[in-house]
Design a protein around this ligand. Structure first.
Ligand SMILES: Nc1ncnc2c1ncn2[C@@H]1O[C@H](COP(=O)(O)OP(=O)(O)OP(=O)(O)O)[C@@H](O)[C@H]1O
Ligand SMILES: [Mg+2]
Length: 235
């Protein structure tokens, strides 16, 4: 895996700040309004809310796949509103994303999908073969390195999507329903992987419906309901 820079480790500034952020699609109503959210370095947070509450939309704002209708978003202390294509790409490289629909590339194998960001960054396969293989073995896909996404089950595709999101050891990891298609045991194994990454310095935000996950991991908990984001206090 690529080692992160020391400066990112020591950065006391928030990883993310959202100030009075609102989002609407087209001429529709606001999906959410005046959302304030700060993610501190090395924090581990859950985002919950009913289907349609706006969780995926909020995550898309954070990983720069969408821009807000109103409000300010800063990532790694940089306001995202003024970013050009190059600035956006530079920030995106620091963020690992596991989207709800996986977005695996059908003509690349499990191994190639997982290691794609490393290959694109110019790394040589000899340098990342072992880490990638070890990671895929950890998520139970050691026997499927050369399989293609469309020949995998939903849960297997989900595990490839997680492996791909974590392989670069990003500063910020955004995972949308990372355990939606796997059984309880694999869900806990994936949680273990995410917590290990968190201990190594990655800030993590997970959208989930998975109560087991939430109960097993002490974490900050945000909840979206009726277009408002609130902080949930553990019972
Ligand atoms: N591209 C889009 N164009 C128009 N409306 C959209 C778009 N994407 C999402 N929406 C709407 O925004 C609202 C929030 O959707 P979003 O996918 O963020 O919810 P969610 O909380 O992630 O739901 P789920 O738990 O089902 O994944 C929904 O009403 C949805 O219909
Ligand atoms: Mg969603």
């Amino acid at each position: 895996m690529i080692s992160r820079s020391d400066s990112a480790h020591q950065d006391p500034a928030p990883i993310l700040t959202m100030e009075k952020v609102s989002l609407r699609y087209g001429r529709g109503a606001d999906v959410f309004s005046d959302v304030d959210l700060t993610l501190k370095p090395r924090s581990f947070s859950f985002l919950t809310g009913q289907s349609g509450a706006g969780k995926s939309s909020l995550l898309k704002l954070i990983h720069l796949s969408l821009r807000p209708t109103r409000g300010l978003i800063s990532l790694f202390s940089k306001p995202v509103s003024g970013l050009g294509i190059r600035g956006t790409q530079t920030l995106k490289r620091r963020i690992g994303v596991m989207s709800q629909d996986f977005q695996l590339i059908p003509h690349l194998t499990v191994f190639e999908n997982t290691a794609l960001a490393l290959r694109v960054s110019g790394a040589r396969v000899e340098g990342y073969r072992k880490n990638t293989t070890d990671l895929l073995e950890w998520v139970g896909l050691g026997g499927k390195l050369n399989h293609y996404p469309l020949t995998l089950s939903g849960g297997e595709q989900q595990r490839v999507a997680i492996a791909r999101a974590v392989i670069t050891q990003p500063d910020l990891l955004i995972a949308d329903e990372p355990t939606g298609n796997v059984d309880v045991q694999m869900g806990l194994r994936l949680l273990q992987l995410l917590r290990r990454m968190n201990r190594m310095g990655t800030t993590i935000l997970i959208a989930t419906h998975d109560e087991t996950l939430i109960r097993k991991a002490p974490a900050d908990h945000y909840h979206l309901e009726d277009g408002q984001l609130s902080v949930r206090v553990a019972l």
